[in-house]
Design a protein around this ligand. Sequence first.
Ligand SMILES: Cc1cc2nc3c(=O)[nH]c(=O)nc-3n(C[C@H](O)[C@H](O)[C@H](O)COP(=O)(O)O)c2cc1C
Length: 433
Amino acid sequence: MKTLILDGSPPGDPMGERIAAALSSILASGGHDVERIVIRDRKIGNCSGCFQCWLKSPGICSLDDDNREISRKVIACDLLVNLTPVTFGVYSPELKRMVDHLISNISPFFHSVHGETHHRQRYDSYPDLLTIGWLDRADADSEAIFRHLAYRNSINFYAKRSASAILYTGQGDSEVAASMKALVSSLDSTPVPIPALPVFSTSSDKRRSVRRAVLLIGSPRMGKSSSAALGGYLFDRLETLGIETERFFLYQMTGDAGKEALMQAAIDRADLTILAFPLYIDSIPAPVLSVMRNISDHRQSVPSSGRFAAIANCGFIEASQNENALAACARFARASGFDWVGSISIGGGEGLVQRTPLEGRGGPLIPVKRSLDLVAAALSAGNAIPEDARKQLSKPFIPAWLYRIAGSMGWKKQARRNGTEKRLNDRPYQPAA
Ligand SMILES: Cc1cc2nc3c(=O)[nH]c(=O)nc-3n(C[C@H](O)[C@H](O)[C@H](O)COP(=O)(O)O)c2cc1C
């Protein structure tokens, strides 16, 4: 039996090493061959959202770095362990940078799992999954988001057995070892009920009108993304309502301290900040998480002010698949001294928005734009995102079965242009028999 531990610890955090040591000793005594990879020590670029790992070199990421070797090892192991500090309820940016690349290990084609759209398997089998997080202290909301994410990842990655655990940094080695023992044995027991997500209430304050708003665009496709199209339309409306706006592309912030400082200052000045991002592996893309962590750290030293909202769009038709990531945004808002004013969740963003500005477009975008107009009016008046508009925006624009057929045909059409139509189900990392 092979176990692969993906350790997403940030620099200077000893917890990953402590947990991995305890877990490795339990697994080794059960005959497992354990390998731990510290993700931050590896050369792994950010997923660029290009889908070339499906359409150009099926099963292999276009970035030739350590993500390829690790994706291969994931398919070859029996048990995968994701190890991470719980960050706003989700993974650390370090772990997430690798997890985002694991999209290459599944197929582009859609089908239904438990009545929801998911991608088909690329390989016959996938490892069991243990998801282990740690926190400085108990935090019911973050823990619920984390367990829900672990469960959702187990569906997308076809783990036959999965379990999750949360530890605290103050726990001694014997407590850590006991938790790991309990976790390993829980892999064999009946799965727990589906973890529920916490509900975050929104705040509104009509006495404080919005004069300045900042849009954070969290897609690697930058201006040519559905995130930019949705956020851009909303911000154009806010401008017509007399609000001063600024827009930032978060993928330009990575490694550029100057740009990031300008963005932080703009957020500090703003009455309203909105993050628009695509769903990546049931969660927030790694570089966006990284900027969120920096914003949160920065805001520990400035007085709490401003409101925060988020817009998520995902590839699957069910907008509900965004809910974990949006709960993490609400948790981030609380950790960073913002008032949470709600979220917008769009399903089938790839098919509905098509990475194109909404202005002048009709069909299924008409009710979307009408709802965004209502959202702009509410936010500018100091209110939260209205529930009616949220519900309307979350509605599927075509039946799920039709979206799955059309989506799968769309991938084939794109592959035909690359001459890869017959190779879409390739299994480059299939271990030799
Ligand atoms: C690495 C990666 C992971 C993804 N994971 C999911 C997912 O878990 N669920 C989902 O519905 N869509 C997923 N998608 C699809 C994107 O959310 C979808 O294509 C979205 O419309 C892209 O928006 P953008 O143009 O703003 O980047 C993923 C896409 C990529 C590239």
